[in-house]
Design a protein around this ligand. Structure first.
Ligand code: NAD
Length: 248
């Protein structure tokens, strides 16, 4: 289904990004697994993919740094050609009351979650437009929809990502490009391992979810795969929750 499509998954060395990378490779995509520091983890994801007969390559870049993004794309384009599919997945969440955020923590979250996704998108949109085909999926969060406290820069960054999806879909859908948002709810990954290790907190979270369980990264990957398919060619500028009903 995705044979020959050059696909970049940012932050693909673990969690939701790793599950997406593995699923897209299973469908034939040539997957480039971006990591910031987790070289071994990214290599492990690539090994899982190649051992199953797929194609995958790790690539290091800190997506909060625009110069690093440019270096990453220069390297990808030189070795593999233009990116057909971009999954803006890299994300960072640091929790504290709004009155406590130091400027550098605010900047790191916005630069990773929003600015990084914008400049990765900027880099691929031009070539996608020339080719007349492209797919971008932005991985947002239910926190773009509902405030819960103690993570306001995270929620702000994801709300910005939502409007970025809509702006890019508005501007580029006429060129055969679709841009969509996937909105995960509570998914068990390293991002929330710390807080979910408290059984009382975990119980409170589960009670908020109509499905009454916490999702896995593999629960997010299939909708991303669908949004990349030809069957989804008329879906653009959309936001799809994968949250066990949390936002009801
Ligand atoms: P995770 O912490 O396991 O994965 C995040 C990945 O992003 C990691 O591989 C990390 O190294 C990478 N990353 C962070 N900063 C980076 C940078 N500057 N450059 C390159 N890579 C960077 O968490 P996850 O849960 O798999 O999160 C994946 C995405 O899903 C994030 O955007 C997150 O906001 C979103 N999300 C997660 C949940 C959840 O419950 N786990 C819910 C909603 C949304």
């Amino acid at each position: 289904m995705l044979n020959g499509k050059i696909t970049l998954v940012t932050g693909g060395s673990r969690g939701i990004g790793a599950a997406i990378a593995i699923e897209l490779a299973r469908c034939g995509a040539s997957v480039i697994v971006n990591y910031r520091q987790g070289q071994t983890a990214a290599e492990d994801v690539c090994r899982t993919i190649t051992e199953a007969g797929g194609i995958a390559f790790p690539i290091q870049a800190d997506v909060s740094q625009v110069a690093d993004i440019e270096r990453m794309f220069d390297s990808i384009e030189k070795t593999h050609g233009n990116v057909d599919i971009l999954i803006n997945n890299a994300g960072l969440e640091i929790r504290m009351p709004s009155t406590d955020y130091p400027e550098d923590v605010f900047d790191r979250m916005l630069d990773t979650n929003l600015k990084g996704a914008f400049f990765c998108s900027k880099r691929v949109l031009k070539a996608m437009k020339e080719k007349g085909w492209g797919r971008i999926v932005n991985i947002s969060s239910v926190h773009e929809l509902r405030p819960t406290g103690n993570r306001s820069p995270y929620s702000i960054s994801k709300a910005g990502m939502e409007m970025m999806t809509r702006e890019h879909a508005f501007e580029f859908s006429r060129f055969g490009i679709t841009v969509n948002t996937v909105i995960p709810g509570a998914i068990r990954t390293d991002l929330n391992k710390g807080v979910l290790s408290d059984p009382a907190y975990e119980k409170r979270v589960v009670e908020l979810i109509p499905a009454r369980w916490i999702g896995k990264p593999e629960d997010v990957a299939p909708i991303v795969r669908f949004l990349l398919s030809e069957e989804a060619r008329y879906i653009t500028g959309a936001s799809i929750t994968v949250d066990g009903g949390l936002m009801l």
